[in-house]
Design a protein around this ligand. Structure first.
Ligand code: 5AD
Ligand code: SF4
Length: 466
């Protein structure tokens, strides 16, 4: 079927709208922005709702079964929206990108014929071409791993677009993963580990800062495995890259995520000691506490390796807070194994954490292992783990009460007279507008911690006065 082309019956031509819906991780958030940038060249502007969109692009996540299923429910809703549009003589193009696109490819158009095109995460630079072919009536499935560098071919972000996204930005420095944890689909959906070159990263960071960005979070599935060749021919790791980026005038904060314990090298730990602008917050998933389970997961570290690593990091940077990912009910996990997870959580103490029931992913070694754990047992374990992690998170938040902390002001608050910023440990901080303007890094005193945010003394005073 040939798609109606709203641009062709519109003399202004530049008014096509795309709604990009992002699922899953921060790498998808970054990719969605870069896809929007690529489509902007084709005259698409972003909209925040499917209701007035000419194209909906779902940027999907395949990490757990639930995440993948959500995509099909969304396509069902979009199919109805398109039917309504067609009745009114218009149309809606539907594209699926991201890790479900990569993993399921052609199956998506077989199961959901409403989908016009499917594009995998390594080929986003080909998006305008894919859209043009789909508009010509072809069902396009573009999931071959690209041989050319997608980043080299994606258009630069425009200043105006960067500005509209605020003072914090993501910057992907590394994609893919060679670790092959036995539960994880990433090595299959994102492919082998690829590091972007130093010069490309530094240039993108400079452009972001020129457009007003004050905080950059470097992203990668295995970000601390990033490596590259410096101008002088030396091999750099993430520690050296962070030092280089810290020299950019106007940049106030750096972060990176997600790290694998095996790739935390000395230079990176030293960067936490030496760079004030590297925020004292580290997402360092351990996944489980039992050595037997860690081995079955192919994590390549033991519980004690992880404990020793955390000690070294904490010695380098006293105020560092950790966050983590945990999986309960991996095949073969016994009650005793699970208690080891609870023990490592007590030993390390996390400021924040994400925890999940094991979800077998087709094509991964875990899916065909013996000893799958019953759902009810997984649920009980998850509940206990989350209760403990919740207590630790609340204790961390409470420990900030009465303290003076640095806040990067990001946006207006919900109530008049407020600005919301972030602490070094990523919590939203509600501030009074008199403390500074968006983009400023200010110091405020924390009066109170609620479940997920902190309130500064000035903002608390204004509330009392109101
Ligand atoms: N089941 C449950 N959780 C998973 N994760 C990755 N794969 C699975 C799976 N099959 C979790 C891990 C990882 C996070 C991004 O998602 O904890 O760190
Ligand atoms: Fe998945 Fe393990 Fe690679 Fe992380 S390190 S992306 S969990 S395979």
């Amino acid at each position: 079927m040939k798609k109606a082309d709203p641009a062709s019956d519109n003399p202004a031509a530049n008014t096509r709208k795309v709604f990009v819906k992002t699922y899953g991780c921060q790498m998808n958030v970054y990719d969605s922005q870069r896809m929007a940038d690529a489509l902007a060249r084709d005259g698409f502007v972003e909209t925040s709702t499917p209701d007035d969109a000419d194209m909906v692009l779902l940027n999907t996540c395949h990490i757990r079964e639930k995440a993948a299923e959500k995509v099909y429910s969304e396509i069902g809703r979009l199919r109805q929206l398109r039917a309504r549009r067609q009745k009114a003589g218009a149309d809606l193009m539907i594209g699926v990108a991201g890790c479900v696109a990569q993993a399921e490819g052609r199956e998506i158009v077989a199961r959901a014929p409403a989908v016009d095109f499917v594009i995998g995460p390594t080929t986003y630079h080909r998006l305008p071409d894919v859209v043009a072919r789909a508009r010509g009536g072809e069902k396009v499935v573009e999931t071959e791993f690209a041989v050319e560098d997608k980043f080299e071919h994606l258009p630069e972000q425009q200043k105006r677009q960067v500005r509209s996204r605020g003072v914090t930005a993501f910057l992907t420095v590394q994609e893919g993963c060679d670790k092959f944890c036995t539960f994880c689909v990433v090595p299959y959906t994102r492919g082998a580990e690829v590091s972007r070159p130093v010069a490309q990263i530094v240039e993108e960071a400079r452009r972001l800062v020129d457009a007003g960005v004050r905080e950059i979070t470097l992203l990668g599935q295995n970000v601390n495995a990033w490596h590259g060749e410096a101008q002088d021919g030396r091999q750099w790791g993430l520690g050296e890259l962070l030092h280089e980026l810290a020299r950019i005038d106007g940049l106030a904060r750096l972060r990176y995520t997600t790290s694998h314990p095996r790739d935390m090298d000395d230079a990176l730990i030293a960067a936490h000691r030496d760079l004030d602008m590297l925020m004292p917050y580290l997402h360092l998933p351990v996944q489980a506490g039992s050595d037997r389970v860690l081995k079955a997961m192919n994590r390549k570290h033991t519980g004690d390796d992880y404990r020793r690593l955390v000690d070294r990091i904490r010695k380098a940077r006293l105020d560092i807070a950790l966050s983590g990912d945990f999986i309960v009910g991996f095949p073969g996990e016994t009650d005793a194994d699970f208690e080891d997870t609870m023990r490592i959580v007590r030993d390390v103490s996390y400021a924040q954490a994400f925890s999940f029931k094991y979800s077998p992913r087709p094509g991964t070694p875990g899916a065909t292992m013996d000893g799958h754990v019953e759902e009810t047992v997984k649920s009980e374990r998850l509940q206990r783990l989350q209760a403990l992690l919740g207590e630790q998170q609340a204790a961390f938040m409470k420990s900030l009460e009465g303290q003076e902390i640095a806040v990067l002001l990001e946006k207006p608050g919900r109530d008049a007279g407020q600005l919301v910023g972030r602490s070094p440990w990523l919590q939203p901080v509600i501030c009074d507008e008199t403390v500074g303007k968006i983009g400023d890094s200010v110091t405020v005193r924390i009066e109170r911690a609620s479940a997920n945010s902190l309130i500064s003394s000035e903002a608390a005073n204004r509330r009392r006065a109101a």
